[in-house]
Design a protein around this ligand. Structure first.
Ligand SMILES: [Zn+2]
Length: 332
């Protein structure tokens, strides 16, 4: 479904943020957004609907943290199948009403635990957690598994293995938030080789979240340089993050995200979407940019900075916690 639609349309628009938009709609910090699938399904459906109206070809289910290890924090670890199935059902129902083909991508985030020997998570446990999540997403009607915000190569391998039994295609994207690499040291240029060693192979690879949109595009350039034939996903944050106290604000305007979309396409991405801070209003501008896009030369760093703003690699590296593995964060 994903690759068919991509072949037909040439490039696809994925949706925007889940967390940021839920916070704007009443989610409280510390709550598991996945519980909304049973407690507040109308709000989950509403955001899907708004992204589809804005032009999304792909919507991500509200299941990012719905694995048993992470749900244990909310005492909901015995509800993995239910919460994932509902997440996919809600998205499926909205997608099927769209009047055009919309892909339902089953979002799968990291377990939040570190792999042994740094932490206690074994490879087999991770595979099991991802397999359970995939089973629920498939039961609810997902078209593809969308493994995202990944950091550890082992966790990507475990997720790929875990979803394989369900027999649907999958993609994976990593979050390059630490000096141009993932927190666990994976560089964008290493993604194609990592993907080539997986069976079955992913339908697409790429980057999401991380720091700002300019940094994300640098990562996309590195991936497409390493493998010009890869089907690449760019799901960058909405501009540049600005931290005030505990609050992170993203500076991106719809115009800036439209420009980000043009640059992502020229950098070789075939699937473009937004991560933290990206609202349906931003996504509508991204759709218009995609529709009217006239291909230009591959951008370089200077052009990305000139059009989108500063690269934050160094700042990210210099953060107090920049070099220390943290417990995985939520996509917000
Ligand atoms: Zn994000």
């Amino acid at each position: 479904m994903l690759l068919e639609l991509l072949a037909e349309k040439g490039r696809l628009l994925a949706d925007g943020a889940t967390g940021t938009n839920y916070f704007d709609r009443g989610l409280t910090s510390g709550d598991a957004p996945e519980l909304w699938n049973v407690q507040s399904a109308e709000r989950v459906a509403q955001l899907h609907q708004e992204f589809i109206e804005a032009g999304a070809d792909i919507i991500l289910t509200n299941s990012f943290g719905a694995n048993a290890r992470r749900l244990r924090l909310h005492d909901a670890h015995d509800r993995v199948i239910e919460l994932n199935r509902r997440a996919a059902e809600i998205a499926r129902e909205v997608a099927d009403r769209a009047g055009r083909r919309v892909v339902v991508a089953g979002s799968i985030g990291p377990t939040g635990d570190l792999f042994a020997p740094l932490g206690e998570l074994t490879f087999a446990q991770a595979v099991e957690a991802f397999a359970e999540q995939a089973e629920g997403l498939k039961a609810g009607g997902a078209d593809v598994f969308w493994i995202e915000t990944m950091s550890a190569p082992d966790e990507i391998r475990a997720a790929a293995e875990g979803v394989a039994a369900a027999g649907l295609p999958y993609v994976f994207t990593a979050s390059f938030d630490t000096a141009g690499r993932t927190m666990m040291g994976l560089a964008p240029a290493e993604l194609p080789n990592l993907a080539a060693a997986l069976t079955p192979a992913p339908a697409a690879i790429g980057g999401n979240c991380g720091v700002g949109a300019p940094d994300l595009l640098l990562a996309i350039l590195e991936i497409t340089t390493a493998d010009p034939n890869a089907v690449v996903i760019a799901k960058g944050n909405c501009g540049i993050p600005q931290v005030t106290g505990d609050h992170v604000h993203y500076t991106g305007t719809p115009e800036l995200m439209a420009d980000y979309t043009r640059l992502a396409l020229d950098a070789g991405a075939r699937i473009v979407g937004g991560c933290c801070g990206t609202t349906p209003r931003h996504l509508a501008a991204m759709r218009a940019a995609m529709e009217s896009h006239v291909p230009r030369a591959r951008p370089d760093v200077d052009e990305i900075v000139r059009r989108l703003g500063p690269i934050l690699l160094k700042q990210a590296a210099g953060r107090p916690d920049g070099d220390r593995p943290r417990r995985g964060r939520r996509r917000a």
